[in-house]
Design a protein around this ligand. Structure first.
Ligand code: GLC
Length: 565
């Protein structure tokens, strides 16, 4: 029987970053991802903005937490109208964040620790400050005119929805200088590139090559459903888009094997499925629709929303993987729910209008859950045990707060809270020069929420998340194993088996705020005892192959019986 006690895990912690599972080329199936906003993480220069050197100085922290792969949000030169998703130069670093040399230094430091790094590849659009757009707007004869999508009227592609509904009224904006309208799916300062132009297609492959040559392990490909436009469609998920994405994949497979493409397509599962192709498009795809249903299940104290979406989730090729998340740098998106569910979510999780943004909720994990540590840990238990590779949004491992009064999504992008020194240890600059204020309220200010204190305390959110990660890293069952619901006596509990190569683990999550007496049918082959992977505590199994448990509010258990299915 494989009993994994925590002291044993601590002993092996030093080599926990080495990928000890078979199939190194499928590393992303086992990886724990972590999303970093460079500007918010650590400021080494004292200019009030986090930077690449600052991030490099915090890699041991991430390594200790058990992170395998960092995803860096855009750090390229940009007017920062969309926090860097409006890129003005694909081949450089925003001067506030450092230099290309710093980037190479960072990559080397990440790799030296056995970790990996992926960066944001923003394919769909550029900043209007990009020299291509500047040239394009200046003359109809410019070779760059056709890099963007122009029209004399606003009549084309009327079936395409508007994404930033709180800011934009149309996907077309008039450009005075160009004397035409240009197409944009996001802010009007982000003109869409024209993928019908082969030159654009080639340009973006050059961009990929540049960063791959600098050693990145892949890309989180931003906003991929929108690359092409076709009349009479909603201009999402078009066959032309998939064909181009497969071309990117071929380019990577042929020249940079082992590197990955992670897909950001906020779509229903059936529309997401084609992004994996036959294992020849994306390696990994965010599972958008499961995320709001995890929050629904918690608030309803009922597993059915998660059951429903898992039922609807298609099988993906063996070489692929889902990436699941609780929160990220955007609003908690409610696009992949019904209208009725969206209103319910708003009512439950965003009672103040200011908490809402576009079709979502601009709040961090801890405030969404009223800073209830047990509930936060319970959601993390789901994150680390449901099928897929988990990704943590920076700061959520310590339960950072937000500020709904900041503009746009800025309130969930505030400085990382390292300790209780000046600026939460994020920067030595004058507080007035910080890119953003540190969160200052009674519950979430640095004296309440910071890395240093939580690392010292064995019962902190950080410590408990670290333990979950440490346990997860001991077995390939989480990243690679089958998933099967367990039959329980109550819907207030999410219970399932994960199994792989003869190993079987039962995960039990009490979604409710009250204690639950439950019984679980273990089916065949139980050894008479289930063992808690965190504590080593033993739970007897009855002769009728039934496990009876009394669960505390929001309690989770990960139990092994050493039996395969
Ligand atoms: C993605 C990013 C979001 C950005 C948008 C436009 O959805 O996650 O932050 O605003 O793309 O690039």
């Amino acid at each position: 029987m494989r009993v994994l006690l925590l002291n044993l895990i601590e002993q092996t912690e030093t080599d926990s970053t080495a990928n000890n599972h078979a199939g190194e080329e499928l590393w992303y199936q086992d990886a724990i991802f972590y999303e970093v906003y460079v500007r918010a993480f650590c400021d080494s220069s004292g200019n009030g903005h986090g930077d690449l050197k600052g991030l490099a100085s915090k890699l041991d922290y991430l390594n200790d937490l058990g992170i395998d792969c960092l995803w860096l949000m855009p750090f390229y030169p940009s007017p920062l109208n969309d926090d860097g998703y409006d890129i003005a130069d694909f081949y450089n670093i925003h001067p506030d964040y450092g230099s290309l040399d710093d980037f190479q230094g960072l990559v080397a430091e990440i790799h030296a620790r056995g970790m990996r790094i992926i960066t944001d590849l923003v394919l769909n659009h550029t900043s209007d400050q990009h020299p291509w757009f500047q040239a394009a707007r200046s003359s109809r004869n410019s070779p760059y005119r056709n890099y963007y999508v122009w029209s004399d009227t606003k009549e084309k592609y009327k079936e395409a929805r508007i994404i930033f509904v709180d800011t934009e009224e149309s996907n077309w904006s008039w450009d005075e200088q160009a004397g035409q309208y240009y197409w944009h799916r996001f802010f009007s300062s982000q003109p869409d590139l024209n993928y019908d132009n082969p030159a654009v297609q080639d340009e973006m492959i050059k961009v990929m090559k540049f960063w791959l040559d600098l050693g990145v392990d892949g890309f989180r490909a931003d906003a991929v459903p929108y690359l092409f436009e076709r009349e009479g469609t909603n201009c999402e998920n078009l066959p032309e888009t998939h064909a181009y994405l497969r071309r990117l994949r071929r380019f990577m497979d042929e020249n940079y094997p082992g590197r990955i493409l992670l897909c950001e397509a906020n779509q229903w599962p059936e529309d997401l499925r084609p992004y994996f192709g036959d294992g020849d498009e994306f390696h990994v795809g965010f599972h958008f629709p499961i995320m709001p249903r995890i929050f629904m299940a918690l608030r309803k104290e009922n597993v059915s929303p998660i059951e429903w979406i898992i039922e609807r989730t298609p099988v993906i090729p063996d070489s692929c993987q889902w990436c699941i998340f609780l929160r990220n740098h955007d609003e908690l998106t409610l696009e992949m729910v019904t209208e009725e569910e969206r209103h319910w979510m708003w009512q439950e999780y965003a009672p103040e209008p200011r908490m809402r943004l576009n079709l979502g909720i601009r709040r961090r994990l801890a405030p969404l859950l009223d800073n209830n540590q047990k509930a936060i840990e319970l959601l993390n238990s789901l994150l680390f045990t449901l099928p897929g590779s988990p990704i943590i949004y920076y700061g959520d491992e310590i339960g950072m707060g937000d500020d709904i009064w900041m503009a746009d999504r800025d309130g969930v992008r505030t400085p990382m809270q390292w300790d209780t020194t000046l600026n939460a240890g994020f920067s030595e600059s004058d507080p007035e020069n910080l890119y953003s204020q540190v969160i200052e309220n009674d519950t979430y200010a640095p004296d309440q929420v910071n890395v240093a204190d939580q690392r010292k305390s064995s019962g902190s959110l950080f410590s408990n998340i670290s333990k979950m990660i440490a346990v997860r890293k001991q077995s390939p069952v989480w990243g690679r194993g089958d998933f099967r619901w367990a039959s329980t006596s109550t819907e207030q509990v999410a219970a399932y088996f994960r199994s792989y190569l003869g190993e079987r683990i039962l995960v039990v999550n009490n979604l409710s705020s009250s204690s639950q007496d439950i019984s679980i049918d273990l089916h065949t082959g139980s050894t008479g005892m289930m063992v808690d992977l965190f504590t080593g505590k033993k739970y007897p199994v009855s002769k009728r192959d039934e496990l009876r448990l009394t669960l505390e509010p929001y309690q989770y258990l990960w139990l092994t019986d050493g039996v395969g299915l």
